[in-house]
Ligand binder design. Sequence first.
Ligand code: LRH
Length: 476
Amino acid sequence: ATALRVAAVDLGATSGRVIAAEVAPDRLHLHEVHRFANEPVRTSDGLHWNVLELHRQILTGLCHAHRAAGPPLAGLAVDSWAVDYGLLRQGRLLGNPYHYRDEARTGTGPALVHQLLPHDALFARNGLQYLPFNTLYQLAADPWTDLADRMLLIPDLLGHWLTGGPQLTERTNASTTGLLDVRTGAWDHELIARLGLPGSLFGDLVDPGTRIGALRPDLARPLGLPEIPVTTVGSHDTASAVVAVPMTEGGAAFLSCGTWGLVGTELAEPVLTDAARAANFTNEGGVDGRVRFLTNVMGLWLLSESIRWWQRDGSSVSLSGLLAQAAHVPLPVTVFDVQDPRFLAPGDLPTRIAQWYEEHGLPAPPDRPTLVRAIVESLAHTFAEAVDRTEHLSGERLTRIHVVGGGALNRLLCQRLADHAGRPVLAGPVEATALGNVLIQARTAGTLTGTLENLRTLVARTHAPATFTPQPDGSR
Ligand code: LRH
């Protein structure tokens, strides 16, 4: 039988990619046809996403996917980072969407919400960990909500632009807004009203695997593209990534490691205990109604933003070069608190990290390789601690850690995570998010069938992970 060919659009906080995939019951092959930078733009009114550029790059990528070898494209779906949104009025975008790292909004939104409802009251309703950029805080700090008639999360906005179809909201990503009832998965209209937000902003919710339209003829025709059907997947990138974690039995923790390090496990029901709230754990909505019980750790951002800072004068600093040197830095290296909110905003992270050490009466890393090693050690330490907490809070024994996303390529990080956690690390696939996107498209098309476990078995067969074994005395 001929394989199904679909395009997955996966937008990350630093880059986006369009992937052409061929899928059959025993085959899962990805081919990256287009990759582009996703660079935020700072204007006089703050830090924004360049969403028009993303839309244009998606169309360019679709042209490459269409021209690549294989059967005609039978579908496409978009996923992206969570929480950010555009406001529309009568179908028109009201300004550029803000970036969740915009300091003015993260600095003001939480207090505006917490004077109405403190975090413990919110957690009881939405099950989410406190992150200052959750959509509800951004909306509270957004003076334009009264002018708008619809709020669309980034993948839904792009899906609407690509199809001209109805302004729908995909449920996994909607779970990151803080405005869904964690028990029912529906909009919490009472909470929305208590926050003084117009209820009409929030459109119909749809699950992953819903047909939302086809590529608009007026976009497709000038580019020589067919009217490709568009469906929803887990449009929250982490939801898609976890679909493709090759966990074939229970007892597995995951680390979805890109800009962020999302550490946790998949559960059938949310954990809404005081202990989970106090440990800043979250219950995000997954594909097929699964719960992602996890905590957000700062992630590879600490590396990528440090490198970006060192490169700003045009000097040729490379992450791979620094990591190779960092591997030879002798242990022990003093770890720092990667979760300190000072590391959230873009800018001079190396100086902020040095300041953290100085403020704590500790010697700052003397050179770049040592600083890179300190970041890796601090991340591995924090990830390992988060796995222990996940085990404790969920009551599930977690015997191994699957690492997916870009972090799976970082061998030093994977080995040190295994050492710190005292558990084997199974690294890969790197492109789990795109794979999860493709798997749900293929199931929607009927090429694949069954539960997430069936889909994960195919991933385990086609993308076998690499194992890192904890070293004795390695947790120094
Ligand atoms: C990862 C991610 C994560 C969110 C953050 C905003 O890309 O979607 O799950 O918490 O971005």
